[in-house]
Design a protein around this ligand. Sequence first.
Ligand code: PHE
Ligand code: ZN
Length: 881
Amino acid sequence: MRTNTGQIIHLEDYRPTDFVLERVDLTFELDPRETKVEARLILHRREGVDPSAPLVLDGDELTMTGLLLDQEEIPATLYDALDDTLTIRGLPETAPFEITVTTLLSPETNTKLMGLYRTNDVYCTQCEAEGFRRITYFPDRPDVLAVYTVNIIADKATAPLLLSNGNYLGGAGMGDGRHFAAWFDPHPKPSYLFALVAGDLGVVEDTFTTVSGREVALKIYVEHGKEPRAVYAMDALKRSMKWDEEVFGREYDLDIFMIVAVSDFNMGAMENKGLNVFNDKYVLADPETATDTDYANIEAIIAHEYFHNWTGNRITCRDWFQLCLKEGLTVYRDHEFSADMRSRAVKRIAEVRHLKSEQFPEDAGPLAHPVRPTKYREINNFYTTTVYEKGSEVTRMIATILGRDLFKKGMDLYFDRHDGQAVTIEDFVACFEDASGRDLKQFSLWYHQAGTPLITASGSYDAAKATYTLSLEQTVPATPGQSAKKPMHIPLRVGLLLGDGSEATPTAVSGADVTADVVHLTERKQTVVFAGIPSRPVPSFNRGFSAPIKLHIEQSADDRALIARHEVDLFARWQALNAIALENLAEAAAQTRRSQPITCDDALIGGLLAAAGDERLEPAFRAQVLSLPSEADIAREIGRDNDPDAIQSGRQAILSGIAASGKEIFARLLGEMTLSGPFRPDAASAGRRALRNAALSYLVYGDDQPDKAASAFRSANNMTDLSQALTLLAHRFPEAQETIDALATFKQRFADNALVIDKWFAIQATIPGASTLDRVKALMSDPHFNPSNPNRVRSLVGTFAFANPTGFNRADGEGYRFLARQILDIDPRNPQLAARILTSMRSWRSLEQVRANHAQEALKEIAAASNLSADVSDIVDRMLS
Ligand code: PHE
Ligand code: ZN
């Protein structure tokens, strides 16, 4: 029997706390096994609250050694300390009072990485979402905002560095080998933004002068010796600070901004006020060890966490149902930042690829939930791509509907009106309504209805009347707990291309509100008539991916090819080619299953090669065009009864066809895109490397010998090229001696760099085919594998389950059984990590019957285990229901 099923929390049950927290003073006496925390809370009863109502504080796995009211011990009859709450009765009716709680913690044995824990001998905290209650009893909810003072006492030799939020007040030695430091954060904040770091770390320092002329000290702390690898992160930080001033008018508000990189972290990074804590993967980079993708991720995540200072910290969430208030908005902000730093079109393509491969399957499966959920059992399981990425898309749609100036006006109003508050999505949307005078009621359904809307479109041209009529129908699929859906307000950007590639300008449009090229769909069925169209147009839908929808339209490959050649919107060009590719790849999978020969549209090969060789297009865009939809993308296109093996072999056949036709172009690109001079991580250089590697990949797949990949491996002088070459070797020629040698060389060369060894694990975990499972099992005994480090587990076990369709979905079900055992092994140590990896099975129902049955068995095996965490039991129950 399961013991920890967890209660369901409902949005409608929200009510403010009975007591108002004014101030918090914390004193930490750090020790690996016995840290003493003294928390002094100054509180008063909220007006109108029952004078006999007790104070109820949250706790989790705490040992309490003292409890005082105004410095006097509270008698045992007046309080109850349970597992998850501390209830205190007999408190003053109106006067403010002080509660002092003393707790003892063991950071060293805290394997959940929530609360106070140790990573490589450094003390560090993670409090979002509900980790602060693992440090002391506390009103641990985001609508309780208070001003914090923090005193840290620790051994001076092993912890020379003592950090917390806000500004540094002072510190000194204590004569007994210990020292202390005091920090004060003047900005009221919720407990989830609290942070403490103590240990012995190296630092990279710089300064930033804000727009009003204040100098801010910037510090990035890393393990000793890794300082040179934090230089790029520092550069990204300064660019983020400047950009937020220029684009959103947001200035930083403390004297110091710190980032600490740690090697054990459950997520990407955390926006604690003035003291961000990062997974070291998103800080450390140099050409030898980081790929272009790593650089881009670092830039984006540094920006994301920095941007939270206003969207998340200064204005925070009323409750955890409002998570998208800070996450969706902040992702939107980091996307815009990256678009300004790099190529906007290429960035948009990458975002949409990510949204479709991660969020669309979530929205189409048993874990689907609204961007703003109304109930949860375990909040940790709601840090999802729906909340983050779809949340960002919803913000982007507000910007599309309002236009740039009114969107800015709405944002300014939001910052003005809600600074210092904990607010809701309704508050956020109201700012845009008030700033623009537009009614966003129907639009708000995007926050409340789960599922990806499907738009079915068909067009007809009337030559006599010179009109083009679009019939559009929207359906939102049923999702768990939501069977009937209302029609949504969908801002769909549409272009009408004429035969010569030019764009038609309609003289009038009826049947929908239209502003510029945005068609506002609001009805279930809508007929839109464009007048003054001189000849049959080809419609180009969802330019720039203006709405996160699926589109169904019968469109010939030739019409799509016209869009691919002539659209002014580069994203739409890529989208058209991607659509042809998906159709062909899905058909190839079906043909494989029927043992028929594989066919491929000339328009696909022609379109890809034309774009690849078009020098007017930037290399990064051409690389995106050449990168075929993944096996998972194809599975989603097919939608049901999926056979991953057939998808894989169909895809290989198409790939070989393109490789054969494009031989010359690819060979030429290999030479043309070669870079000389020292490595530079900028977007233009990265684009050339991407195009060169895309060309190399086709050349390798078009050949039956490993020479080309092996020689690319030998000549690579940066991690992007090196890891690509190793991937090609391992995936195309897993058994070749060249591959065995290259894997060994790579491992030996980077043996002391765990983040690079993670790439070595991931490359091998994604080798297609049934035998990879044995390889993964063997790698788990490698001395570099560490089952308690989340990055190691994610790169081996996580990558196998998430990114190896043929290996993981073995027809005999062994992949699922392996994962079930791993989940049960990880769960007692680190429930968050276990639950996250388990979501790799979220699309199990779309597999063909034999695999689906095996998957279900494995899920049932997990569900039947005793002592499951709330995290895993929540996920597994939803996946089975
Ligand atoms: N709030 C973090 C972010 O910026 C993510 C996070 C959530 C980190 C929970 C740790 C724990 O997205
Ligand atoms: Zn965030």
